[in-house]
Design a protein around this ligand. Structure first.
Ligand SMILES: *Cc1c(COP(=O)(O)O)cnc(C)c1O
Length: 224
């Protein structure tokens, strides 16, 4: 499978113009394909599986910024803690505690996003809006997680052709992000990332205020 250079150039131009970070989602894709995008200048890559990420991190260039976008199990945090650039899918306070503890051990401050459940579908992980607000209070007010930098929110919209539904879901996450940023107890400079939008809905996500899109199949072709 070859990468889609044309799609990359188009996406890169669009996201640069909008001030949006493009993360190339390379799960299940070969190191060769990742290198091909790397050679076009791409440095941010997203992976969903810990073992696959470790293997790719070991053999690919060290200036790649690896985003972990999958569901992370507590017992695997220590395996990626030394090098992961941003963990998108933090979906429990317990996981935050583990990330903080692993960061402490290696004296590293680890960047995280809270995953918020915005889709109607039942299967997706994440905090609901109320739980997300509570987690924010926990992180910024009640505890002193000195080895976590909480950088923002991540969400996935429903997999549906109903554009209004998708727009509403993105819009609800944007509103929550703004609400949290307006709190006096939250560091606005850190809490700046809004990760939403994939191959099928990134345009809608950007128009609803996303500043980080996670795009896989459009760049690398469909996954098996
Ligand atoms: C796989 C994945 C993506 C990329 O999906 P595409 O539709 O291939 O662009 C984005 N975000 C998450 C969380 C994913 O698991």
């Amino acid at each position: 499978m070859a990468i889609n250079t044309e799609a990359f150039n188009m996406l890169k131009a669009k996201s640069d113009a909008a001030g949006v970070l493009l993360v190339a989602v390379s799960k299940t894709k070969s190191e060769e394909d990742i290198l091909a995008l790397y050679n076009l200048g791409q440095r941010d890559f997203g992976e969903n599986y810990v073992q696959e990420l470790i293997k790719k991190h070991e053999s690919l260039p060290k200036d790649i910024r690896w985003h972990f976008i999958g569901h992370l199990q507590s017992n695997k945090v220590k395996l990626i803690a030394p090098f992961v650039y941003l963990i998108h899918g933090v979906d429990s306070v317990k996981l935050l505690e583990v990330v903080n503890k692993e960061g402490e051990k290696i004296k590293r401050k680890i960047k995280c996003l809270l995953q918020v459940h915005i889709a109607k579908e039942e299967t997706k992980f994440g905090f609901d809006l109320i739980e997300a607000r509570q987690a924010i209070t926990h992180v910024f007010v009640e505890t002193s997680f000195s080895n976590i930098e909480l950088c923002g929110l991540m969400g996935m919209a429903s997999f549906t052709a109903n554009q209004e539904e998708v727009r509403n879901e993105f819009s609800s996450l944007k509103l929550l992000h703004e609400e949290i940023r307006s709190r006096v107890d939250v560091d606005k400079n850190s809490f700046s990332v809004l990760s939403m939008g994939m191959s099928g809905d990134y345009e809608l996500a950007i128009s609803e205020g996303s500043n980080l899109i996670r795009v896989g199949s459009l760049l690398f072709g469909a996954r098996a």
